[in-house]
Write a protein that binds this ligand. Structure first.
Ligand code: HEC
Length: 506
């Protein structure tokens, strides 16, 4: 027995340690192989108990670390500084650590049935957690053996070593547990550059200035596409990791492609391997990012698809590259909440003067006129609540901001063919809804110069085959609604033949 330890007053006995420790170790060892429930349903009670795992685990963590500290202050050098304590203190701490550890492991095992965790990580966490629990009981057992055999020096040295080992295992378990709940890389997310270099992690570029840049002013690759790669891909596709022999941390890397060739084809998102991979079903092995990682949102996929379709530009801002407003909106939704708010505020401030113009217009035109993206100049007008109180005169007034109108909903208003002439002043128009108006062929002919028009609804108008024919030349038109018009089947066929990609509904 070590000199600082006062002999226990009770007669030392290994009986309690053996009676509790051995069954507990056996139970812990088989836990990873057992499942509750019938595979399709899990008893609610087990999930209820399982949810205590994240709370309970603080007890064994604190107690094991305390045991480690108690071992530490018994070291020869420190023994003189810290007042000595009876060895039963350490016994009690280890007993409590083992018992709370057992409860924690049981709760964790129950919680694992909830599903939705990365299978690999879960396995690693389960095994290291179980090992920690077993380690704590082993500490208790070894100490009680050592008390029985004061002459066995090996046992006395084994005790502290086991405490150190168990604490080490516990740190490993805690790391996997943290990765399970916060995602891998949680610990290193804000690591300083030297530590990132040591760990072979990619060095993120400094985006502090960019965070104060309006969306439209951001660089198409550096500020937008790369940002998405950095959030989801570069952890595995960087010069240090090179999974699939692919680097996604630089423009050159993306263009160079991976082990099976190019991953992006300029102008052709559909046949770009990179985009195919992110669109695959989640359970597909080839899905990127791999299972267990946060998949791309629809917004992120839309932004990447646009970047490829735009010809994988290396430089130029979203504005310079004519990114449609939907894409800018989608990108703004991928930003962290805080950054999005700052950008919106900034854009709002810049736009306050413009806002005054809009205000004046709003006062004289019924319906709703607003910026599609807060603070930007791309406008949307909806006559939905205005009805026939909105006519040609009101449309004329909208002409004053015509250059900024992208989405124009004139459905069920009183506009006529004559009034639509002003649309020639709205070259950015992407969506136009003329549903239920008295518009006819002359009105449709007035759309001839709208080279950005993508969607057009003529539902229930007076348009005939002749009007439909004049749509052939609209280069961006993708969808047109012609139900309830005077258009005939041969008329539709003619347009279909001229523009096979055009969607005509119904
Ligand atoms: C956890 C690591 C990991 C992350 C994160 C990850 N990948 Fe991968 N990626 C791999 C591995 C491993 C391979 C090689 C196996 C394969 O081809 O499926 C690979 C291969 C690829 C390939 C095929 C390269 C070739 O030429 O065969 C593409 C494309 C790809 N990844 C794109 C992405 C994109 C885009 C993202 C982000 C949205 C991403 N990856 C995120 C691990 C990762």
């Amino acid at each position: 027995m070590q000199p600082s330890e006062s002999p226990s007053k009770d007669r030392p006995s290994t009986a309690p340690a053996l009676a509790v420790g051995i069954p507990a170790i056996l139970i812990l060892a088989v836990l990873p192989f057992l499942r509750v429930g019938d595979g399709t349903s899990i008893p609610k009670l087990s999930l209820f108990l399982g949810r205590f795992h994240p709370t309970l685990l603080h007890l064994p963590v604190a107690l094991l670390l305390l045991a480690l500290l108690l071992e530490l202050v018994r070291l020869p050098g420190l023994r003189r500084v810290v007042p000595s304590f009876p060895s039963t203190v350490l016994d009690s701490v280890l007993w409590l650590a083992a018992l709370t550890g057992f409860a924690t492991a049981l709760a964790g095992w129950l919680l694992s049935h909830e599903g939705g965790y990365d299978a690999g990580l879960l396995d690693q966490h389960l095994w290291s957690g179980v090992a920690t629990g077993i380690g704590a009981f082993a500490c208790v057992l070894v100490r009680s053996f050592a008390k029985m055999r004061p002459d066995q020096a090996v046992l006395h040295r084994l005790g502290p070593a086991l405490v150190v080992g168990t604490c080490g295992t516990m740190l490993v378990a805690a790391h996997f547990g943290g990765s399970l709940t916060h995602g891998e890389g949680y610990l290193t997310e804000y690591a300083p550059t030297p530590i990132r270099l040591l760990a072979g992690l990619p060095i993120p570029r400094d985006r502090s200035r960019e965070r104060l840049t309006p969306i439209a002013e951001r660089e198409a690759f550096d500020g937008v596409a790369l940002r998405i790669f950095e959030n989801h891909c570069t952890a595995c596709h960087n010069p240090g990791k090179l999974k699939g022999n692919l680097k996604l941390d630089t423009y050159e890397g993306v263009l160079a492609g991976g082990q099976s060739g190019p991953v992006v084809r300029a102008g052709d998102p559909g046949s770009s391997e990179l985009l195919k991979r992110v669109h695959l079903p989640l359970e597909d092995k080839a899905h990127m990012p791999p299972k267990g990682k946060t998949p791309l949102t629809d917004d992120e996929m839309a932004v990447l698809a646009w970047w490829i379709e735009a010809g994988v530009p290396k430089s130029g801002t979203l504005k310079a590259r004519n990114a449609p407003v939907e894409i800018r909106v989608a990108f703004s939704r991928t930003l962290p909440e805080g950054e999005r708010r700052v950008v919106e505020e900034l854009q709002n401030r810049q736009a306050s003067e413009y806002e005054a113009t809009l205000k004046g217009l709003r006062a004289s035109v019924p319906g709703s006129l607003r910026a599609i993206l807060p603070g930007e100049r791309d406008l949307e007008y909806t006559a939905a609540i205005a009805g026939t109180s909105f006519g040609d005169a009101e449309l004329q007034k909208l002409g004053s901001v015509g250059g900024d109108l992208l989405w124009l909903d004139l459905s069920r208003t009183g506009v006529t063919d004559a009034g639509l002439k002003v649309l020639a002043k709205m070259p950015k128009l992407e969506r136009l809804d003329l549903r239920g108006t008295a518009v006819g062929d002359d009105g449709v002919r007035a759309l001839a110069s709208l080279s950005n028009l993508q969607t057009l609804s003529l539902y229930g108008t007076w348009v005939t085959d002749a009007g439909l024919e004049s749509l052939r030349g609209l280069p961006s038109l993708r969808r047109v609604y012609v139900g309830g018009t005077k258009v005939t089947e041969p008329g539709r066929d003619a347009l279909r033949k001229a523009r096979p990609q055009l969607l005509m509904t119904p």
